[in-house]
Design a protein around this ligand. Structure first.
Ligand code: NAP
Length: 303
């Protein structure tokens, strides 16, 4: 079994990004600028945003952290998005999810200008990904592709089972794995909470991507010998022995599954770190106008 070391990969990619940023600055361009917006003060969300902001600093990006009160109205948040959409000094921005219940998440994601949507959640970017056109690919699936690519894991002709069909992980992941590209060209099965006899599918899988948010869900008896297992799940569970008071668990029973598979990504130290790096890659693409020209102005009032 080979461990897919997200920490090492993320570090390598950060060095590559930092080199590119240096070259951009030397050629007279400004540094890429990412803005992260957090509504409220949820502990896990704050940790994610902090890690994104810290990673920006590591690669030489400018980053701005905007924290808004939990009781902000939907219109106030839309106004903030409008400002960011039209600020030429901002290359990309993210609105950390989940949002408080009184705010319509879908409306907020639609308000983000596609050219600044470095999370890749806007329907324009999802559509472009689906049609294999250039655009921002949502960070977690993009990070998983990078893992498969950098570990030279063959995907063509393989059977990939994705567990979970959320808009941010399972669904885009399943679409990406079947695309005519490398990594890609898999035969894909998507499983979800209504799938009957889920092991029937996972036992046939050459590649399993577990993204359901149920700790240790995927057990060794559900996995074929030699399979590649990517664990996306991150669940915080109480652990008084830790300084933080909690530990992170993935969706895979790592201890037993790792003995059976060919490659496995751990939690922590796997997909989570790659997600942050993908966001940096998307921001770099935004700064370089790789997919969209910056001149487009976007007004949420016209939606
Ligand atoms: N590593 C990272 O960077 C990263 C990024 C994002 C998310 N995550 C983690 O990944 C996990 C999934 O996140 P998400 O946002 O995709 O979650 P989500 O929106 O809650 O979606 C979970 C998916 O899993 C399916 N599911 C739930 N229970 C199931 C079961 N018993 N059997 C089969 N399928 C089941 C659900 O099916 P239905 O559609 O039928 O409800 C749904 O499609 C979470 O632990 C999250 O924290 C990690």
């Amino acid at each position: 079994m080979q461990l897919i070391d997200g920490k090492k990969l993320a570090q390598e990619i950060k060095i590559e990004i930092a080199d590119e940023v240096k070259k951009m600055v030397m050629s007279g361009k400004r540094t890429p600028h990412l803005v992260a917006v957090l509504v409220g003060d949820d502990g896990a969300s704050r940790t994610y945003v902090n890690s994104k902001v810290k990673s920006c600093e590591e690669v030489g990006f400018k980053s701005t952290f905007i924290r808004l009160e939990r009781d902000i109205t939907e219109n106030e948040l839309l106004a903030q998005i409008n400002t960011l959409n039209n600020d030429d000094a901002v290359d990309g921005f993210i609105i950390q999810l989940p949002l408080p219940k009184h705010i319509d998440e879908e409306k907020i994601l639609l308000a983000i200008a596609p050219e600044k949507d470095v999370d890749g959640f806007h329907p324009t970017n999802v559509g472009r990904m689906t049609l294999n056109l250039p655009g921002y690919i949502s960070a977690t699936p993009k990070g998983i592709l990078e893992m498969l690519n950098r570990y030279n894991i063959e995907t063509e002709g393989k059977h990939c089972v994705v567990i979970g069909r959320s808009n941010i992980v399972g669904l885009p992941m399943s679409l990406l794995m079947q695309r005519r590209s490398k990594p890609g060209n898999c035969t894909v099965t998507i499983c979800h909470s209504k799938t009957n006899d889920l092991s029937k599918y996972t036992l046939q899988a050459d590649i399993i991507i577990a993204a359901l948010g149920k700790p240790k869900f995927l057990t060794a008896d559900m996995v074929k010998k030699g399979a590649v297992v990517i664990d996306v799940g991150i669940t915080r569970v109480d652990d008084p022995s830790k300084k933080s008071g909690f530990k992170l668990l993935g969706d895979v029973d790592f201890e037993h599954v790792s003995k059976k598979c060919s490659y496995i990504s751990p939690v922590p130290g796997g997909v989570g770190l790659m997600t942050v790096v993908s966001l940096l890659q998307n921001t770099l693409s935004a700064a370089k106008e790789e997919f969209y020209a910056k001149s487009m102005s976007f007004d949420v009032d016209n939606l």
